[in-house]
Design a protein around this ligand. Structure first.
Ligand code: FAD
Ligand code: MG
Length: 342
């Protein structure tokens, strides 16, 4: 009888522990940075999850008010129109300027957040698309040299080049995802999935202890071309298949630009996915490696192997770095599949 009672008590204690540890999902969706964003948080406390989701949404809206090129109250809008760095210079903006200067240098100018006047001339901000004259493109390119900021201290009230305009479209969502991860950690959340358009950010593992399964978008269709298992990583994809326009001959002009010639990229890649812990690094590199093209992108990785990549080429080839070997599963029938080793 005594034995039965103690067995029952142990059973009750274990059941109570399981109930108290059960992680429930809280999901919030909202639109910010012109992107439909979803935050899914797993926690045993619904209140904790809701607080974290709300804080993330607030923070992203706050960041949009700093970084947007289109909101007249934003700091970037102020810079672009006054050609003066605001006073005070918000720490987020200073960090992004410093980081961008560093990444501009490291990617040999492939990542360039000063292309806004060129991109606007092609109509990407207003969706009134046009092919500008070569003379106009060359004239606008004169003001896109971000190397003027190398070693800059980014002091408030300092002047930037007349004609220069900034655009953090290629890094903003990744930066926002890093901020969201920090908020989740502050709230003690150890399992979450953030979907910010082409930017996925995972925190820890799934609540059942297995890895997150992320699908890599099919550039030619709707389904995924690869399944990728990850833990605590950003998975960021850049491609030309979502934002583009076509001329009467069916030529495609995409929203990712080659800073060397001021034209939409027209290289051998269909998409670039970067896998690494930092959202802003992944976002910067997904754009930069797309600009570089297949060969230069692989070469860049060999010299900077602190991330993993997946390249999908226009010839329907799949190329990925060796670190993903055990975690990637091609679903699409690629012409070839290649693992790149260091
Ligand atoms: P990515 O490859 O990550 O970035 C491509 C974008 O970066 C291009 O659209 C261009 O803006 C810029 N870019 C192009 N070439 C280069 C290059 N070589 N180096 C560096 N940058 C380059 N979109 C709207 O239509 N309306 C808005 O009001 C709006 N507000 C936004 C506010 C913020 C704070 C941010 C971060 C983005 C906003 N966007 C807006 C942009 C929108 O979300 C873009 O689709 C997105 O930023 C592009 O991201 P991506 O992942 O598709 O491509
Ligand atoms: Mg990017």
């Amino acid at each position: 009888m005594k034995k039965n009672i103690s067995t029952i008590s142990i059973f009750i204690i274990i059941s109570l522990m399981m109930i108290s540890c059960r992680q429930t999902k809280t999901s919030e969706s909202f639109t910010a940075m012109n992107t439909f964003m979803t935050v899914s948080v797993y926690s045993s406390s619904a209140k904790k999850s809701q607080t974290a989701c709300q804080q993330i949404q607030n923070r992203i809206q706050e960041l949009e008010k700093i970084l947007s090129t289109t909101l007249p109250e934003s700091d970037v809008y102020y810079i672009n129109h006054s050609k003066i760095l605001p006073s005070p210079l918000k720490p987020e903006l200073k960090e992004l300027l410093e980081y961008s200067a560093d990444m501009h240098k490291k990617t040999y100018g492939a990542f360039n957040p000063a292309l806004y006047p060129v991109i606007r001339e092609w109509g990407f901000t207003t969706e009134e698309y046009k092919i500008p004259s070569e003379q106009k493109i060359q004239q606008l390119l004169l003001n896109t040299d971000f190397s003027v900021f190398y070693d800059s201290e980014f002091l408030p009230n300092s002047k930037i080049n007349e004609g220069m305009e900034l655009d953090f479209g290629a890094i903003g969502k990744g930066y926002a995802a890093d901020e969201a991860v920090a908020i989740l950690k502050e709230n003690g959340i150890t399992s979450a999935l953030l979907d910010f358009g082409g930017n996925i950010q995972t925190v820890g593992k799934k609540p059942d202890g297995s890895l997150w399964n992320v699908g890599i978008r099919n550039p030619w269709g709707k389904s995924a071309v690869c399944a990728l298992k990850v833990e605590s990583k950003a998975v960021v994809t850049s491609g030309g298949y979502e934002r583009f326009f076509e001329d009467e001959n069916g030529n495609r002009y995409i929203h990712i630009f080659d800073p060397k010639n001021g034209h939409p990229c027209d290289g051998d890649l269909e998409s670039v996915t970067i896998v690494c812990p930092s959202g802003k690094y992944a976002d910067t590199l997904s754009t930069a490696l797309f600009v570089m093209g297949k060969e230069a992108a692989v070469e860049w990785w060999k010299n900077n192997p602190d991330f993993d990549f997946i390249l999908i080429t226009k010839n329907h080839e799949l190329i990925y770095s060796e670190g993903l070997n055990k975690f990637i599963e091609p679903i699409y029938h690629f012409v070839s599949v290649e693992t790149v080793h260091r």
